[in-house]
Design a protein around this ligand. Structure first.
Ligand SMILES: Cc1cc2nc3c(=O)[nH]c(=O)nc-3n(C[C@H](O)[C@H](O)[C@H](O)COP(=O)(O)O)c2cc1C
Length: 163
């Protein structure tokens, strides 16, 4: 059996414990609880000081996180389903609620609380994210596969104002 099989191993999020983390305004982890460390396969010390994308799973569409940051920057809280990557290449699903932490009325940090996700929702979200990723990545791929000639043609059309 080859080692890529490991990446399909799912870790179940416990029902009765909260996975908690906080970040600074740039998304660097400032606090992680033991449950977050356990579930992600890192120690608390390894997590604190790292960007929160340390647990970003490649199955997550980039647009989800763009929406998350836009929502936070507009002063609102964001919630949604997130598939996260464990240190050992496995994964776990959470429903996350991310919001601002205020001190004397001033935004100082962000915090995230997570709850477990039922199996039906995991399957539905995996399909939704697969489709969304494919749609987002296709747009990039077209550009990547253009030959030099084709790029020139497109540039000519752009210069002429045809497209
Ligand atoms: C409080 C907080 C918690 C976050 N939790 C996660 C998380 O569990 N998993 C994740 O992939 N991104 C999380 N993010 C978003 C990451 O900061 C990052 O935007 C995302 O992983 C995508 O990486 P990128 O921005 O480098 O593309 C969180 C952000 C904040 C502010």
């Amino acid at each position: 059996m080859n080692s890529s099989f490991d990446s399909f191993i799912e870790t179940e999020v416990p029902q009765n414990e909260l996975i908690i983390s906080r970040t600074n305004l740039e998304g660097i982890i400032t606090h992680a609880n033991e449950t977050f460390a356990d579930i992600s396969g890192y120690s608390v010390d390894e997590l604190v000081g790292q960007p929160h994308n340390i647990v970003r799973h490649p199955d997550m569409p980039a647009s989800i996180f763009r929406e998350l940051w836009q929502t936070l920057r507009s002063g609102q809280s964001w919630q949604g389903y997130v598939k996260n990557l464990r240190a050992d290449g496995g994964y776990y699903w959470v429903h996350a609620i991310v919001s601002g932490v205020y001190k004397d009325g001033e935004l100082v940090e962000y915090k995230s609380l997570r709850a477990p996700v039922d199996n039906e929702t995991k399957i539905r979200m995996q399909r939704e994210y697969d489709a969304r990723r494919e749609a987002e990545e296709d747009r990039t791929r077209v550009v990547l596969y253009l030959s030099r000639d084709e790029i020139e043609k497109v540039e000519n059309l752009l210069n002429k104002g045809t497209i």
